[in-house]
Design a protein around this ligand. Structure first.
Ligand SMILES: *[C@@H]1O[C@H](CO)[C@@H](O)[C@H](O)[C@H]1NC(C)=O
Ligand SMILES: *[C@@H]1O[C@H](CO)[C@@H](O)[C@H](O)[C@H]1NC(C)=O
Ligand SMILES: *[C@@H]1O[C@H](CO)[C@@H](O)[C@H](O)[C@H]1NC(C)=O
Ligand SMILES: *[C@@H]1O[C@H](CO)[C@@H](O)[C@H](O)[C@H]1NC(C)=O
Ligand SMILES: *[C@@H]1O[C@H](CO)[C@@H](O)[C@H](O)[C@H]1NC(C)=O
Ligand SMILES: *[C@@H]1O[C@H](CO)[C@@H](O)[C@H](O)[C@H]1NC(C)=O
Ligand SMILES: *[C@@H]1O[C@H](CO)[C@@H](O)[C@H](O)[C@H]1NC(C)=O
Ligand SMILES: *[C@@H]1O[C@H](CO)[C@@H](O)[C@H](O)[C@H]1NC(C)=O
Ligand SMILES: *[C@@H]1O[C@H](CO)[C@@H](O)[C@H](O)[C@H]1NC(C)=O
Ligand SMILES: *[C@@H]1O[C@H](CO)[C@@H](O)[C@H](O)[C@H]1NC(C)=O
Ligand SMILES: *[C@@H]1O[C@H](CO)[C@@H](O)[C@H](O)[C@H]1NC(C)=O
Ligand SMILES: *[C@@H]1O[C@H](CO)[C@@H](O)[C@H](O)[C@H]1NC(C)=O
Ligand SMILES: [Cu+2]
Length: 626
């Protein structure tokens, strides 16, 4: 047997093990964390994702419950076979996870925000890159549906504070764990540690990233997987596929260009931290097993670019948007806005054929590459694992528009029945998104002309050291905090975000603390008389990030059932930092009583105001803070 053949068989056997099976958990074994493999170390071996955890539900299992999730029954999760009608009591993809979920175990992780000037992700070393545990993306964290996540975040940088936001996680009753400086906490001071502690009530995949000014564009971002059921069967999970546009200059400097009215250009595209620049770099490479269904967990963790994702000669079946399982539907390409995620199943060809390109094309009008369209060949799907040749495939038909897929396709498995009448007054909660140019305001350094994005009455401008949840009354009075109180305890709140006053740009709008339904997403300006006729109440799309069409509006509805201060913002990093953000204050009077224990929050604030950075950042504030 040749050396090559041994290697190939070894890799195939690893790949087969990757089929995620919670059955492995019943013996209570737990595999150690394995670091991601980088192909700059091992040039021909694909990036093998190997799940590092095993799901277990001690209380349920003690009562005779058993996992029912196999590769032929991915819709089921765990059930009690001793019940006469187990399908009525099991936890599965139809379970309303906002009402009930299986109680899992506590998973504890330690991560550090640091630097690594040797990282040259696209062949070009980034100066002052900021990373989680020295890598980009940072370590993929994993949990199972219903687990408690305890994550200790230590700031090892001297030049910045930090926070970590768990994008799309509901944080029901744990607003103080949302990780937004100036809103739910103070920045974590250099050397200090904040312990995040929350329940994974949803399942699917998302990402976690810094919310400290423009720190995530410098590299503080990573995937987060919460294992649970799926709306369609699949065989192999090759892991997260994180798409990013990458800026070589430190984002804190690049942002000055935004304020002068020119969006900072990005230099390259990375897929799972690999890309090309000026002829050097590497490709993210994954392996397809013929005839098997592969689960790709797409994430746009970008800075200024929304991507159209596709794989040559393969279609994709979408089974989840953000953290919401949807009825499966087929596409040839998929627009993934910044902050959005999709779970797709890609069926490999029956026979081993040639290798294929994985493409990430900046969507028309949503690109941070103003001069030349970058090469969209950004990853390789290998059938032939030992090949080192570049694929020879061509792209198929793609819809390159920067819009979410047709809303009629995004049908959540668990529908929300939205009240036809909102609790709030829509006229008062219609917010215009736009750009303030050279306006005479106290915001920002005034030595040069500057531009600030905003939504509502003015750009957001937070004080890192005065998080809203510790200063509710003060925040309500401070226009810089752009607070929108929603003091309701039932029904639905409708929000209208209108971009008609500044028509060129599409904004990916992200809400913290709750998913929202997309009532309407239109390219025409909001008209209070005629636009509501477009509202869709028949199982509308539900997610945590949706596109606000250029020149049009986004009408969203959510339930005011999670007291707290929740950010609503554009996920173009430059826009959020320049002020395109609101704080939705759900039941302001309950904050601090019905949210968790704030002792950790107060301790971290005290450490921040006693740090050397406190004085520096409060004197030189040049952005919103988020
Ligand atoms: C991150 O790095 C720290 C320090 O080396 C280590 O203790 C920790 O386990 C790492 N975390 C993960 C999730 O890999
Ligand atoms: C963050 O660090 C960068 C250098 O890495 C520095 O330029 C910037 O001023 C710092 N900003 C804040 C707000 O700490
Ligand atoms: C995390 O929160 C849970 C539930 O509130 C609590 O029981 C547990 O003690 C907390 N763990 C840590 C490490 O704070
Ligand atoms: C690109 O690479 C060429 C050849 O190595 C080098 O001469 C040139 O300066 C590089 N350009 C940039 C923008 O880095
Ligand atoms: C992908 O779907 C299109 C129809 O939308 C079909 O024409 C095409 O043959 C499919 N391609 C593959 C590889 O299945
Ligand atoms: C998607 O395409 C696959 C493969 O062509 C097909 O078997 C399946 O029925 C399609 N699903 C839907 C929802 O159209
Ligand atoms: C390749 O993609 C482009 C859009 O970027 C499209 O115009 C073209 O038609 C595609 N090629 C084929 C063969 O479909
Ligand atoms: C592209 O997608 C958008 C948004 O879903 C849709 O409105 C448009 O009709 C599509 N264009 C084509 C050519 O399919
Ligand atoms: C809603 O708010 C607008 C603007 O403040 C006001 O004119 C209108 O009367 C309010 N409508 C209701 C039903 O209170
Ligand atoms: C709002 O921010 C500006 C700019 O930093 C500052 O001058 C002003 O005092 C702030 N207003 C309040 C009420 O804090
Ligand atoms: C909204 O539409 C109505 C009916 O077509 C029209 O009369 C009204 O002028 C429109 N309002 C605005 C602000 O355009
Ligand atoms: C929070 O801090 C207060 C005052 O220091 C203390 O009395 C209380 O026991 C602490 N609560 C918890 C849950 O640690
Ligand atoms: Cu924006």
């Amino acid at each position: 047997m040749s050396w090559l053949k041994v290697t190939v068989e070894f890799i195939l056997s690893i790949t087969q093990l990757e089929t995620f099976s919670p059955f492995l958990g019943l013996d209570g074994s737990q595999k150690p964390l394995t670091p991601p493999i980088h192909d700059d170390v091992l040039p021909t071996i694909p990036d093998i994702f190997s799940s590092s955890i095993v799901c277990t539900y001690p209380e349920l299992e003690a009562n005779g419950w058993e996992f029912c999730n196999t590769k032929d029954s991915r819709d089921c999760w765990i059930r009690n076979p001793h019940e006469s009608q187990p399908e009525f009591t099991q936890f599965d993809v139809k379970t309303d996870y906002e009402k009930s979920y299986p109680k899992g175990v506590t998973r504890e992780y330690w991560i550090e925000i640091d630097g690594n000037d040797h990282l040259a992700l696209d062949g070009y070393p980034k100066h002052l890159g900021k990373y989680i545990n020295g890598t980009y993306p940072g370590p993929t964290l994993e949990a199972c549906w219903g687990d408690q996540l305890v994550i200790h975040v230590t700031n090892r940088r001297k030049d910045n504070g930090t926070t970590i936001h768990w994008h799309g996680i509901r944080q029901l009753g744990s607003n103080e764990m949302d990780g937004v400086n100036g809103v739910t906490q103070c920045p974590i001071a250099p050397g200090d540690t904040f312990t995040y502690n929350f329940t994974a009530q949803q399942y699917g995949h998302t990402w976690y990233h810094s919310h400290y000014s423009t720190q995530y564009p410098d590299g503080v971002a990573a995937p987060l997987i919460i294992h649970g059921p799926s709306s369609q069967d699949w065989d192999i999970d090759p892991g997260p596929v994180m798409l990013t546009d990458w800026v070589h200059e430190t984002a804190f400097l690049a942002f000055e260009s935004e304020m002068r009215g020119t969006p900072p250009p990005s230099d390259s595209i990375l897929v799972n931290g690999k890309g090309h620049y000026n002829g050097s770099g590497s490709y993210y490479t994954t392996q397809f097993t013929p005839g098997k269904k592969h689960l790709l967990r797409l994430i746009n963790g970008g800075v200024g670019t929304s991507f159209v994702f596709s794989i040559d000669d393969h279609n994709m079946t979408v089974i989840a948007n953000d953290l919401v399982a949807v009825e499966p539907f087929n596409v040839t390409s998929l627009m993934v806005g910044i902050g959005q995620r999709y779970t797709v199943i890609v069926e490999a060809k029956e026979q081993e054929t040639g290798d294929c390109w994985m493409r990430t094309l900046p969507a028309t009008g949503c690109s941070a590459f103003p001069n030349a369209q970058p090469d969209d060949r950004t990853g390789i799907v290998r059938y032939n694992i030992s090949s080192t040749a570049l694929p020879q495939t061509h792209n198929g038909t793609r819809n390159t528009t920067c819009n979410d897929v047709d809303t009629s396709l995004l049908n959540p498995i668990v529908p929300w029945c939205v009240d036809l009448h909102p609790q709030n007054n829509i006229t008062e909660d219609t917010f215009y998104a736009g750009l303030q140019n050279n306006v005479d305001t106290a915001l920002g350094p005034d030595e040069f002309p500057y531009a600030h994005w905003f939504v509502g009455s003015q750009p957001m401008w937070l004080d890192f050291a005065k998080p809203t949840i510790l200063h509710v009354k003060e925040s309500l009075k401070n226009p810089n905090y752009t607070v929108v109180p929603e003091d309701y305890s039932q029904g639905f709140i409708y929000l209208i975000i209108d971009a008609s006053h500044f028509v060129q740009v599409t904004h990916p709008i992200h809400l913290h603390g709750s998913d929202f339904v997309v009532l309407a997403q239109d390219t025409n300006p909001w008209n209070e008389t005629t636009s509501p006729r477009l509202f869709n109440f028949q199982n509308p799309p539900r997610r945590d990030t949706a596109m606000l069409p250029a020149g049009g509006f986004l009408a969203m509805a959510f339930k005011p059932d999670n007291p707290g201060a929740w950010l609503l913002h554009c996920h173009i990093a430059w826009h959020a930092s320049s002020g395109l953000a609101l704080q939705i204050l759900v039941r302001p009077n309950s904050i601090g009583h019905h949210t968790g224990n704030l002792n950790e929050t107060r301790r971290v604030c005290k450490d921040w105001v006693h740090s050397d950075l406190y004085a520096v950042t409060s004197q030189n504030q040049d952005d919103s803070g988020i």
